[in-house]
Design a protein around this ligand. Structure first.
Ligand code: ZN
Length: 431
């Protein structure tokens, strides 16, 4: 069995569930030690850092490149995974089973496949004495699934010297193939990701006995505001990566891309990926929590609700103005946010990606796209590091890839993993 397959399977067997609560989070130290041992075994010096809290393990190693003048490339992956409920799965989510042409388990695509691929390539480079064109910094991180507070975010704040000289980075979520048109594979490279906002709405009213007349009910006013905001559609805005993506799909499928009339028409040809791309055409606000009351015959004095908001670049001010107008008077709001990320789809790094993919899949097309969610790229952006989501994978046309992220029966095709490792190897030799 190829090393990368064994690495992916073994990494999945280390349960690194991140519940977002310190008490429920486990395994990151074990996984970090596993990675560090394999890097050291190949000849690397590694730095092991527990960030924030005990057990939140991160590993960093650097491979010197030929040109010291050029900025380094960071290749980062997160070691943690979201929880999985074994009774819902066909195989145990932490079995790392290899069967039917897949490696199965939580983290197979988010993102232990990239941990395994980059580890396999890093080991080979060191063993074979490969000198990449510029410094490569390999980082394996904790806590991405809870916002990176104890991982990338912590390291950027407390150990920025580990990333000295780094100008660009690759990581999730991109590099995977999407079959469009007549069997043409497009490989989606993430050039942007939406900002994340945490919106809390809060109302106050006159409390009292549930049997009396009430015209100032905090729960009712909040419920009405939540319903209005939920029904509100934020304006459609075509940002450069989304426009380029839609134009590219139109080109590959022949479905016209009508920017003014119906820009989303080409999404119909994308299958399940349309859900993700569709979410990058506008800001979104989804209510996720609602709390009020403590007894069935008491009108409470307060109520609150939380919305998960995802914003297009440069939209924060306008978004909040719109929220205020929609929820109306008598509703207080609190707001916390993490910025969007975006870069252009050009330059030597993109050229190297294109060359590496097409060397393995000659008819492939690379398309930029915007991720509707957020990644550790947000933390590294604070160090001025440019992000491109590129964890190459060739996928079968019928696999619902986006459903596998945090989904049941998460799995990665063995031949996709082998393909991805070959592409990553080529890419890092010319990056
Ligand atoms: Zn991830």
């Amino acid at each position: 069995m190829d090393e990368v397959v064994a690495l992916a399977s073994e990494l999945i067997r280390i349960d690194t569930t991140n519940t977002g609560e310190p008490s429920g989070t486990r395994g990151e130290r074990l996984a970090a030690e596993y990675v560090a041992e394999r890097l050291e075994d190949a000849g690397y010096e590694t730095t092991y850092v527990e960030s924030g809290a005990p057990g939140r393990g991160n590993v960093i190693a650097r491979l010197r490149g030929a040109d010291e003048e050029r900025g380094a490339l960071l290749v980062h992956s997160h070691l943690d995974v979201v929880p999985a409920e074994p009774s819902e799965w066909s195989v145990h989510p932490f079995s790392g089973e290899v069967s039917g042409g897949y490696v199965w388990g939580r983290g197979a695509v988010d993102m232990k496949h990239m941990v395994a691929m980059s580890l396999a390539v890093a080991r080979r480079f060191r063993r074979d004495g490969v000198v990449p064109p510029r410094d490569l910094v390999f980082a394996y991180l904790a806590d991405e699934e809870a916002g990176g507070v104890n991982g990338a975010g912590w390291l950027v704040r407390h150990r920025p010297e580990l990333f000295d000289g780094v100008t660009e980075a690759i990581s999730e979520v991109g590099g995977f193939s999407l079959t469009v048109g007549d069997g043409v594979r497009a490989y989606l490279v993430e050039t942007a990701e939406k900002g994340v906002g945490w919106l809390r709405l809060h109302t106050r009213g006159t409390p009292g006995h549930g049997s009396l007349l009430h015209t100032d009910n905090a729960v009712a006013r909040l419920a009405a505001a939540v319903t209005r905001l939920d029904a509100h559609e934020f304006p459609l805005m075509l940002t450069p990566p989304v426009r380029d993506f839609l134009a590219g799909v139109s080109d590959l499928t022949g479905v016209p891309f009508d920017e003014d009339d119906d820009p989303a028409k080409v999404l119909g040809r994308l299958g399940s990926v349309a859900r993700m791309i569709g979410a990058t055409l506008r800001d979104t606000a989804n209510v996720t929590m609602f709390s009020a009351g403590y007894k069935d015959n008491v009108v409470p004095s307060t109520a609150s609700a939380i919305f998960d908001c995802r914003l297009l670049p440069d939209r924060e001010e306008a978004f909040l103005r719109e929220v205020d107008a929609v929820v109306g008077p008598g509703v207080e709001r609190e707001w916390k946010s993490m910025p969007s990320v975006s870069t252009t789809f050009d330059g030597t790094l993109v050229d190297a990606m294109t060359a590496a993919i097409t060397a393995e899949d000659p008819d492939a097309r690379l398309l930029p796209y915007m991720l509707s969610a957020g990644t550790d790229a947000k933390a590294f952006q604070r160090l001025g590091i440019r992000h491109l989501g590129f964890a190459p994978l060739r996928l079968p046309p019928d696999l619902d890839f986006t459903a596998l992220f945090h989904g049941i029966d998460e799995r990665v095709p063995v031949d996709g993993l082998l393909f991805g490792t070959r592409v990553l190897d080529r890419f890092l030799r010319m990056c």
